[in-house]
Design a protein around this ligand. Structure first.
Ligand code: GDP
Ligand code: IMO
Ligand code: MG
Length: 425
């Protein structure tokens, strides 16, 4: 029996979906705890590519229970589209459960997300426009609509009238927009509720019971440490806590149940959306990595910004999550580069060096990355099947990442497919 966590260590898209899918093959339960359909997790099985947004990446295994915890914000329309898409490909989703406490992303949340970004102008966050922030705002303000409400039409009706009336005032008097048709929303969302009602279950209890019964449980993170609302690059962050502590809250599970916390890490760094990025590359090298690594957003299709591996960031993720090891993914993408750079620390304006990620973006703006250089490798490593087969330069790169981050690399990603993965004993 064990409880393992897979968490993003950078700005998301570190290959969490792939790692979860591999580990789910020997797990009984996979639980998502935070975020919503802003996440995009890719699982590749031969010629089949699955892009999952709300549904946990264990869904391809019919015997693996897939849970959506209370900390998730659920857009029922996109969840149903995801379920229908999977069903059309022969995946039943009968192993999916949703906590009644999970909050519902309503049409006004998506609109407020868009209007707020418009009003921010050049200072926009670059959100996924999925209404994630506004939904979490209502949750914190205690005016949110929850999954329980969605599947109980009489409760839903009252809440839509209550909350929707306030939102319409906001639309007409602040944003200068048309009010929403609350009756139409009620009718549409009651239908979603009818279709989703059978998935309701207390995820905290299910997870706890699975642990007590000695099952293998995986907690699947969305986003990454630097997108955390508190410890990320605020305000260029998401509105949840994509850290191991956040998962405990978003499931209703005490931290003492967790045995291992594995940080999914790209062998370089990427970011979508706005905000500071110390090791960002603006040259041909960056462009080559973007093309070779297929660095385009899973959810929005936006080109991802690309940069060198930044050990300051990953060390930050080690600390805020209590990581026990790393899964170093996409090493294959670096093949063919003559020289590789790794950022070991930041130089401050007074000439001193810090190895701790600064708390604010204002302080980060004064930081200059300090690099070491390592020899690259030319070999195609994407078909190798064991650690021993890897070229010496790859092993040296992995060892350097371990040394700089202070945790072992337990897993190595050498391609997008389920099979392109090397686990270290
Ligand atoms: P997630 O959000 O952390 O699940 O990551 P995404 O799925 O958004 O982005 C990771 C991308 O890299 C996807 O296209 C994956 O198929 C792909 N990927 C994952 N691991 C590897 C790897 O080791 N090598 C390569 N080349 N691609 C990978
Ligand atoms: P996965 O799980 C990468 C980013 C957005 C934006 C910021 C806020 O696939 O790693 P939001 O819509 O959440 O309010 O946007 O967060 N963002 C992600 N970036 N991967 C993700 O998820 C992300 N989810 C949100 O691009 O910068
Ligand atoms: Mg992603």
């Amino acid at each position: 029996m064990s409880v393992k966590v897979i968490v993003g260590t950078q700005w998301g898209d570190e290959g969490k979906g792939k790692v979860i899918d591999i580990m789910a093959s020997r797990s009984d339960v996979v639980v998502r705890a935070q975020g919503g359909d802003n996440a995009g997790h890719t699982v590749v099985v031969g010629s089949e590519v699955y892009k999952l947004h709300l549904i946990p990446s264990g869904i391809l295994y019919p015997d693996c229970l897939c849970l959506i915890g209370c900390g998730i914000v659920v857009n029922p329309k996109s969840l149903l589209a995801e379920i229908d898409g999977l069903k059309a490909r022969g995946i039943t989703c009968s192993n999916l459960r949703i906590d009644p406490r999970a909050h519902i992303v309503m049409p006004w949340h998506v609109l407020i997300d868009r209007y707020s970004e418009e009003l921010r102008g050049k200072g926009e966050i670059g959100t996924t426009n999925r209404g994630i922030g506004p939904c979490y705002m209502d949750k914190s303000e205690r005016s949110g609509i929850r999954f329980y409400d969605l599947i109980h039409p009489e409760v839903l009706k009252e809440k839509i009238e209550q909350v929707g009336t306030v939102k319409n005032k906001l639309f007409t008097s602040i944003y200068g927009k048309e009010p929403l048709d609350l009756k139409a929303i009620y009718e549409e969302y009651t239908e979603y509720g009818k279709r989703l009602a059978g998935y309701a279950a207390d995820v905290s209890v299910l997870t706890y019971n699975a642990i007590k019964a000695g099952k293998e449980v995986l907690l699947e993170g969305a986003q990454g440490a630097l997108l955390d609302l508190d410890t990320g690059t605020y305000p260029y962050v998401t509105s949840s806590h994509p850290t191991a502590g956040g998962f405990c809250v978003g499931i209703g599970l005490g931290p003492t149940f967790i045995d291992e916390i594995i940080g999914a890490t790209k062998a370089y760094t990427t970011r979508v959306g706005k905000g500071p990025f110390p090791t960002e590359l603006f040259d041909e090298v960056g462009e080559n990595i973007r093309i070779k690594g297929g660095e385009f957003g899973t959810t929005t299709g936006r080109p991802r910004r690309v940069g060198w591996f930044d050990a300051v960031i990953v060390r930050h993720a080690v600390r805020v999550n209590g990581l026990t090891s790393l899964s170093l993914n996409k090493l294959d993408t670096l093949s063919g580069l003559k020289t590789l750079k790794l950022c070991t620390g930041y130089k401050l304006p007074d000439g001193s060096v810090t190895t701790d990620f600064p708390p604010t973006i204002e302080e980060l703006a004064d930081c200059q990355p300090i690099y070491i250089e390592m020899e690259g490798w030319d070999e195609d490593i994407s078909r190798m099947t064991s650690y021993d087969q890897l070229p010496q330069a790859v092993k040296a790169y992995i060892a350097k990442v371990e040394e700089l981050c202070g945790v072992p690399v337990s897993n190595i990603g050498i391609g997008p497919d389920r099979a392109q993965n090397i686990e270290r004993a």
